[in-house]
Write a protein that binds this ligand. Structure first.
Ligand code: C5P
Length: 209
C-alpha cells in the first residue's frame, strides 16, 4: 500500500479581485485517479484547484487557488508520500501585478505583463528521495511523443501520461503512458475511470515496490 499525492484541476492567477487567468481543466481525471488508487488500497491526498467535481470521501482533500498555493501544499504533503500523480493543469503564467481593486475600463487596450509561475512537478522532483516516484501528464497537440519525452526528462518524472486536448472537460480520455526510455507501457482509450485503473495498475507494477 502506498500513500499517493494527486494534483487535480486548474489554478487561478488573479488580475484583480474578480478577474483571473485559468484553464479549462475540470478535475475529472484527478477524481478518477483518486478513486482508482483508493480501490487499489492506497491512501490518497488530493491537492486541488477550484473545481465542481466531488472527490471520493476517503481521500484527504486540500483546496488551493493559485499555482503558488498548490506548490506550497504539495511541498508540505510530498515528503510524507511515496509518490505523486500530477493530473492538475496549473496556470503557467501570472500577472506581474495583481490590482487590489477591480480594474476599470479606460476605452484603451489593456496590456498585461505576465511572468511564469513555478513548475510544481519540477520543483518536487528536485526534492525527491530515491524511493519516491512522480508520474506527470503531458497534453500535446503536435509532435506528441517527442514533446512528452522532453517534458518527462525536464521535469524528472518516472512516467508520463500523454493525452490530447479531447481530454479537457470530458468523461473520456485516450492516453499513452511512457517510461524514461520512451517505451509505451500502456495505450488505452475509454472512460476516465477505466483509463485511471490502467494507469494505477501500471504504476503498481513498475513503481510501487
Ligand atoms: O508543461 P506542462 O504544463 O505541459 O506539463 C504538464 C505536467 O506538469 C502535468 O503533470 C502538470 O500537472 C505539471 N505542471 C506542474 N506545474 C505547472 C505546470 C504543469 O506541476 N506549473
Amino acid at each position: 500500500m502506498a500513500r499517493i499525492l494527486i494534483t487535480s484541476g486548474p489554478t487561478r492567477q488573479h488580475l484583480d479581485p474578480v478577474r483571473y487567468l485559468t484553464n479549462a481543466s475540470s478535475g475529472r481525471m484527478g477524481t478518477a485517479l483518486a478513486q482508482a488508487a483508493l480501490e487499489a488500497d492506497h491512501d490518497v491526498v488530493i491537492v486541488t484547484g477550484p473545481v465542481d467535481v466531488t472527490y471520493p470521501q476517503r481521500a484527504e482533500v486540500i483546496h488551493v487557488v493559485s499555482t503558488e498555493q498548490m506548490l506550497d501544499a504539495c511541498t508540505s504533503v510530498f515528503p510524507h508520500c511515496d509518490g505523486m500523480i500530477a493530473a492538475a493543469a496549473p496556470c503557467d503564467y501570472r500577472p506581474v501585478e495583481t490590482a487590489r481593486d477591480k480594474l476599470s475600463k479606460t476605452g484603451h487596450p489593456l496590456l498585461l505583463r505576465l511572468v511564469e509561475t513555478p513548475d510544481i512537478v519540477a520543483a518536487l522532483a528536485r526534492t525527491k528521495r530515491p524511493a519516491q516516484w512522480i508520474v506527470g501528464f503531458a497534453l500535446e497537440t503536435n509532435n506528441e511523443h517527442a514533446r512528452a519525452m522532453a517534458k518527462l526528462a525536464k521535469k524528472n518524472c518516472d512516467l508520463i501520461a500523454l493525452n490530447g486536448p479531447q481530454a479537457i472537460d470530458s468523461d473520456r480520455n485516450c492516453i499513452k503512458l511512457l517510461d524514461r526510455t520512451g517505451q509505451v507501457l500502456l495505450a488505452t482509450e475509454g472512460s476516465k475511470t477505466d483509463v485511471s485503473h490502467g494507469i494505477v495498475r501500471a504504476i503498481c507494477q513498475t513503481l510501487i515496490k
